[in-house]
Ligand binder design. Structure first.
Ligand code: ADP
Ligand code: MG
Ligand code: MG
Length: 898
């Protein structure tokens, strides 16, 4: 098989649609060549080789590719007219990782590979630019020393060992920017770097370019298994088997002087979605300089530059002289870049994230990919492209990531509260949203507080987990394309970057802003939409959901087959879900209703009574409460079905366990406290979740079912009298045998008849069951003789199919997932292979007996996109999920049907 794919000079062996084999970066480097975008020549080692490397080791992998790599290096030499390892005209390359899914900043890139003490002289002679040669060399040693030879900071408070040497050197020389180093300074840096490597790792820096190359290639493969890559994969559901490709590419130089530059750009605004070309660049710089945030990057377009200066409070004179846009400083290269960005977006039909370098005025593209964006930008871009006819409706729907809609549903700052808040600093609006939390300075401490804001000079890929935990991220350095900004937008997390006005001191764990010291634990608030940072907590409110969001929901409904219901126990939740477009309630739990105020007393009276009469007395008190609750819920869902589940949890959950409460209750019931105590003890169970609960309660205490059925029917009839269309569906929980359901259904029907007689009127209602005991799924054909509907309670069904206690699984599931025993937490992502089989089978068997059987799902899985897709594939009629997940489920249901 072919393991290495070459590209260069308008030709390529790969293509965009080969991303599985070549990784995203490699596939797009090939494609850009094919559509006439200038890209330095190079080659891609396939992801299959990474798999061989991981499974069989270094020797096996290198043996596999060594001839092909040599041939491919010769190809670069030919196209660039250079020679690998040559002392007069050396060929320098970059070695870059690139997985199937983009993992920005996850793995390390090595630039300027091929340099050594001789080649650096050759470079200098050839270019007539000594400084540039030595600057490239010191960068190479720095990157190679870090990535391949593993010379990294020892403690989190330490700065990078190479940066430390650079800082010391700046101090010695009394300079501030690394562009001020003289050639001799750079030579000293190279020496000191090499010494540090020798001292700390015990190894010499390799001088042979081939040794350098093999070391770099294997380091990329190794990086696939490093902690931050593993974490990123876990957060983004990327399988380990995919592996990464390796791209080796001829260097182009953005650090050759003032007519050279490097930068990053987006074809549209990744934060808001606005159709505005934007990005950042640095003159006389290389590679990661822009994203690393060590120098203040400049804006690409003049318009962007003007906006930026305004945000930063920089005057027009200062902007124009110190921070001109690329459009102003290199108009010709800018024009070509602008044409290229249009070309790329039109080719890929999606917003692109570009990396480019300008070498002595000549533009080179180094990467393009579909840009990461916030939920808001995702929606705006897809809808704008749809309206412009660039994509069709189906594509627009499929392009949206359902889970990202979540970001749009979350609170924003209340404008009134904002007016009163004190602004303590202003940075760049890197990722929109509102965040309020307590300050932490280290990513691994983000969990210290329930709501934390991570405050860093700048972030790095190691901080990923903490960034994920924090409510928001504030950085002192770095622009709109800094690591913090890009990652935060990907996570949909509020971020303010480049906040020059704050001075952070990691050692004392504090920062100063607006003349005030903020210590760890102090509250601050961030507005990621404006870049403002506020003192203390600022109140938030719910956002407005019309416009594009409404349009997406409309489109989703057009293409969906299933409908979406909600799980709601209160009129308020029902209303929220209605506003999000829920068509009915798939699960209304009644037990929550028993905990409020006076109700719990009546409930306890009922439970602790010693006979039927005593229980009925308690139930009579509960009836009006229940009826009132149901009226509220049915009204909020008028015209749509509301599935009410009869009492489900073990009674023990309701009784008082504290002496004082027991005493009070005894007094109220007029019995001795010992009667209460012994009754509480009697109700205790070894396995409550497998104990006296669900329809086992209704079958042992039929009067409970009777009361609930009456409350439901009476509520619906009261509404009917007011002209409101209530549609109750009564659901019997935890059924395992036909007879269990039959007895409950008979009782419900008898009760309904009684109410109809009393009121002299009738209504429509349904009786059905939850399928959550495996035996019910197996005997679904019989159960459907009685049930008018099935609702898969996949929480319990998962618990009982795996035999995992839901309440104890937290102890072992994380380890199971880490070890790969399970791919996902089955309580979050439906186990299609096992539990899904039961769902599929029970649906078919149930419909075999009762073709009109309505089938849905009401577990947590009903709002999880991959589970929704599965539900669609086995023909369910609806999914039901919590109110805030309704829009996500609606979109996922439409996608499932396309
Ligand atoms: P990442 O996946 O982290 O973005 P890349 O492989 O894209 O890493 O490399 C990071 C940066 O290094 C690029 O954006 C580019 O600026 C620079 N770079 C990579 N290869 C080259 C090259 N052949 N010539 C010049 N710069 C390069
Ligand atoms: Mg890149
Ligand atoms: Mg259940």
């Amino acid at each position: 098989a072919k393991n290495v794919y070459k590209f260069g000079n308008g030709q390529a062996e790969g293509r965009a649609d080969m991303r599985n084999l070549l990784g995203g970066k490699g596939a797009n480097l090939a494609e850009m060549n094919l559509i006439g975008v200038p890209v330095p020549p190079g080659f891609t080692i396939t992801t299959d080789v990474c798999t061989v490397y991981t499974k069989e080791g270094r020797d096996a992998a290198l043996k596999l590719i060594s001839d092909e790599v040599k041939d491919a290096v010769a190809h670069i030499e030919e196209l660039t007219g250079t020679k690998f390892g040559d002392k007069n005209n050396p060929c320098l390359v970059s070695v870059r990782s690139g997985a199937r899914a983009s993992m920005p900043g996850m793995m390390d890139t090595i630039l300027n590979l091929g340099l050594n003490d001789m080649a650096v002289e050759g470079m200098s002679k050839k270019t007539g630019n000594n400084r540039f040669g030595w600057d490239s060399y010191r960068r190479f040693i720095q990157m190679y020393g870090d990535v391949v030879m593993d010379l990294k900071p020892k403690n989190k408070e330490d700065i990078d060992p190479f940066e430390e040497i650079i800082e010391a050197m700046k101090e010695e020389k009394g300079i501030e920017q690394d562009t001020e180093f003289t050639i001799d300074d750079l030579k000293v840096l190279v020496l000191r770097f090499k010494e540090a490597i020798k001292k700390e790792t015990g190894k010499e820096f390799p001088t042979d370019p081939w040794e350098q190359l093999w070391g770099a290639i294997t380091a990329v493969f190794d990086s696939w298994m490093n902690d931050r890559a593993i974490l990123y994969r876990r957060l983004n559901n990327i399988p380990e088997e995919w592996g990464t490709a390796v791209n080796v590419q001829a260097m182009v130089f953005g650090n050759m002087g003032d007519n050279s530059a490097t930068g990053v750009a987006f074809t549209r605004d990744a934060a808001t979605g606005e159709n505005l070309f934007n990005g950042e660049y640095l003159i006389n710089a290389q590679g990661e300089d822009v994203v690393a945030g060590t120098r203040t990057p400049q804006q690409i377009t003049k318009e962007g530059s003007l906006r930026w200066a305004k945000l930063q409070g920089i005057s027009e004179e200062e902007r124009a002289s110190k921070y001109p846009s690329l459009e102003e400083s290199m108009p010709a290269a800018y024009k070509e870049l602008d044409e290229t960005q249009h070309k790329l977006e039109q080719h890929y039909h999606d917003m692109q994230d570009l990396e480019f370098t300008i070498q002595e005025g000549k533009l080179w593209l180094l990467q393009t990919r579909n840009g990461k964006r916030t939920g808001a930008a995702m929606v705006t871009i897809a809808m704008d492209m749809l309206k412009a006819g660039e994509i069709d409706e189906e594509t627009a729907i499929l392009r949206l990531e359902p889970n990202k809609l979540d970001e749009l549903l979350h609170p924003i700052f209340d404008t009134k509260a904002l007016e009163q808040a004190t602004v303590i600093a202003k940075g760049l609006p890197a990722s929109p949203g509102a965040a309020t939390g307590q300050v932490v300075f280290f990513a691994d401490e983000a969990e210290k507080f329930e709501n934390s804001v991570l405050v860093r000079i700048e972030t790095s890929p190691e901080d990923l987990e903490g960034m994920n935990v924090a409510r928001g991220i504030l950085t002192a350095r770095g622009g709109m394309t800094s690591h913090a900004a890009v990652v935060a937008r990907g996570m949909g997390k509020c971020c303010v970057s480049g906040t020059g006005g704050i001075k952070i001191d990691y050692k004392t764990r504090s920062f100063v802003a607006n003349g005030k010291v903020y210590k760890e634990g102090d509250w601050i608030s961030l507005n990621g939409t404006t870049g403002e940072v506020y003192d203390g907590k600022v109140v938030t409110k719910t956002p407005d959901l019309s416009g594009d969001f409404g349009y997406i929901m409309e489109l989703s409904d057009k293409y969906t087959r299933m409908h979406v219901r909600t799980n709601a126990d209160t009129p308020k939740d029902a209303q929220v879900a209605r506003n999000f477009g829920a068509q009915g309630i798939g699960l209304c739990r009644t037990e929550h209703m028993f905990f409020e105020g006076e109700r719990i007393k009546a409930m306890r009276e009922m439970i602790l009574a010693s006979d039927v009469e005593g229980r009925k007395k308690g139930l009579d008190k509960l009836l009006p409460y229940q009826r009132e609750d149901f009226e509220g819920i049915f009204e909020a869902m008028a015209g749509y079905g509301v599935t009410v589940r009869l009492l489900d949890p073990p009674l023990h959950e309701f009784v008082p366990h504290q002496q004082a409460t027991q005493k009070e209750l005894a007094k109220e019931m007029g019995v001795d406290i010992d009667v209460i105590r012994s009754k509480v003890a009697e109700l205790e169970e070894f396995n409550p979740m497998l104990g006296h609960r669900g329809c086992r309660l209704g079958n042992t205490y039929p009067e409970i079912t009777e009361m609930q059925a009456r409350a439901i029917i009476e509520a619906a009839m009261n509404l009917k009298a007011k002209g409101i269309d209530a549609r109750p569906e009564i659901m019997v929980p935890l059924v395992g045998t036909l007879k269990e359901l039959k007895l409950q259904a008979d009782l419900i029907n008898e009760t309904a008849e009684k109410v109809f007689q009393e009121k002299g009127d009738r209504i429509d209602y349904k009786v059905g069951t939850m399928i959550e005991v495996p035996r019910a799924a197996l005997t679904a054909a019989e159960i459907a003789e009685v049930a008018e509907f099935f609702s898969f309670g996949t929480n319990d069904l998962t618990q009982m199919t795996f035999g995992y206690s839901r309440d104890d699984a937290g102890k072992f599931l994380p380890i199971y997932i880490k070890k790969g025993i399970l791919k996902h937490d089955p309580f979050q992502v439906l186990d299609q292979e096992g539990v899904g089989q039961l769902v599929d089978m029970a649906t078919k068997r149930g419909r075999g007996t009762n073709p009109k059987l309505k089938v849905g799902i009401c577990g947590e899985h009903g709002g999880e996109p991959s589970s929704v897709e599965f539900c669609n594939s086995v023909g369910l009629d609806y999914v039901s999920c919590s109110p805030y997940r309704v829009p996500i489920a609606r979109l996922a249901a439409a996608q499932a049907n396309l």
